[in-house]
Ligand binder design. Structure first.
Ligand SMILES: NC(=O)c1ccc[n+]([C@@H]2O[C@H](COP(=O)([O-])OP(=O)(O)OC[C@H]3O[C@@H](n4cnc5c(N)ncnc54)[C@H](OP(=O)(O)O)[C@@H]3O)[C@@H](O)[C@H]2O)c1
Length: 334
């Protein structure tokens, strides 16, 4: 089979290689990968920021959709031809996260999915919602499940207000899911054009944070001075202070990411004075993925992304690094 593997850290070191096609052992399922989506994590892994001690070589990426081509002994849930997605942490099926469940993340602890074929565990797969293409389904395992759980962290209901930061993969799913739940969604972006695109997906109000960096004040002006119920926090220390200012008293920060550079210290005063809830999110379980897929199917929700051929893997990672994309970046494995 062919695969993109990290042999040394750095985008230029990503290598297209031949590897033996795996065969499924007992309980294993061989999947012909048809599409893969990129996450910011893949970029951090490739640059050696995510885990500088990672054992190399490692096949990159966690998120794939494809079709089952063979099953190992004892596999009952799947048969050749089934359309499937891998789950991000192969060992986290349900319940709260524990250290053993957290081991086995694709494209990190173990080889990933940016390959023609991958063998995954019988329980390490979910069915692709019928209305989705492979390219659309490949966007789901990490970013969508994360956004789904970010919204669950604040019991968002009709009339709640959610603030999204930027227009990357997690944020656009958070927008789509928040709208499904009847929430009002505010969003900030570096680009007016991206805000317009988000508007077409249901963003209620947007602000260009390059033109007006005081988006915490803006969030208050949009909520009669009260503040938002939830910030889906993808920035990290570079945005956390403003996110805490933007929430209402007793509001929630779903702490997801580390995109924004900035050496600010943790704003303890704000955390206590606002009775804030800071909820760490690390993707989610297979059960979360199944619940999310039910909602996606019922609403016939379509993920948003840009599609490329997988020979362009390096260029597309550079595109992610410059942040010029909107929603997800998807590679078709052809
Ligand atoms: N905890 C988890 O389980 C989990 C899961 C998935 C992702 N993550 C993390 O969540 C973050 C987002 O991931 P992703 O895959 O959605 O990334 P992505 O698609 O690469 O998102 C990039 C976008 O974020 C926006 N952005 C960057 N800096 C910003 C800032 N200072 N303020 C506001 N927006 C900013 C920009 O949007 P505009 O161009 O519109 O400004 C940029 O295009 C990453 O740190 C990733 O590692 C964590």
């Amino acid at each position: 089979m062919r695969a993109w593997q990290v042999s040394a850290f750095g985008i230029d070191s990503l290598e297209f290689v031949e590897r033996p096609t795996p065969t499924p052992g007992p309980g294993g399922v061989l999947v012909r990968v048809r599409a893969v989506s990129l996450n910011y994590r893949d970029l951090m892994i490739l640059k050696g920021i995510y885990n500088p001690k990672m054992k190399l070589p490692r096949i990159l990426c966690s998120d794939a959709a494809g079709e089952v081509t063979a099953v190992g002994a004892g596999v009952k849930a799947w048969k050749p031809g089934d359309r499937v997605c891998g789950i991000f942490m192969q060992n986290w099926l349900d319940g709260p996260l524990t250290p053993p469940k957290a081991r086995g993340a694709l494209g990190g602890d173990i080889d990933g999915v940016l390959a023609d074929y991958v063998v995954l565990k019988e329980q390490g797969l979910v069915a692709v919602p019928e209305h989705l293409s492979f390219q659309e389904a490949a966007t789901l395992p990490c970013a969508a499940v994360t956004a789904w759980n970010a919204l669950a962290s604040a019991a968002i209901k009709p009339g709640s207000t959610v603030l999204i930061l930027g227009t990357g993969g997690v944020s656009i799913f958070a927008l789509q899911f928040a709208r499904l739940k009847g929430a009002r969604v505010l969003g900030i972006s570096s680009s007016d054009e991206k805000l317009e695109r988000a508007g077409a997906l249901g963003l209620d109000a947007g602000l260009n944070y390059r033109e007006d960096p005081e988006w915490d004040r803006w969030a208050h002006s949009q909520t009669d001075g009260e503040g938002v119920d939830l910030v889906v926090e993808v920035g990290g220390l570079g945005t956390l202070t403003r996110s805490l200012r933007a929430i209402r008293m007793g509001g929630t920060i779903a702490q997801v990411g580390v995109l924004a550079a900035g050496g600010e210290s943790i704003p303890l005063g704000l955390i206590l004075h606002k009775w804030s809830h800071i909820h760490g999110i690390y993707v989610g379980s297979r059960k979360d993925f199944l619940e999310m897929n039910k909602a996606i199917s019922l609403a016939e929700l379509r993920p948003v992304g840009e599609e490329f051929g997988w020979s362009q893997a390096r260029e597309v990672l550079e595109r992610m690094e410059e942040g010029s994309h909107f929603g997800k970046l998807v590679l078709t494995v052809d």
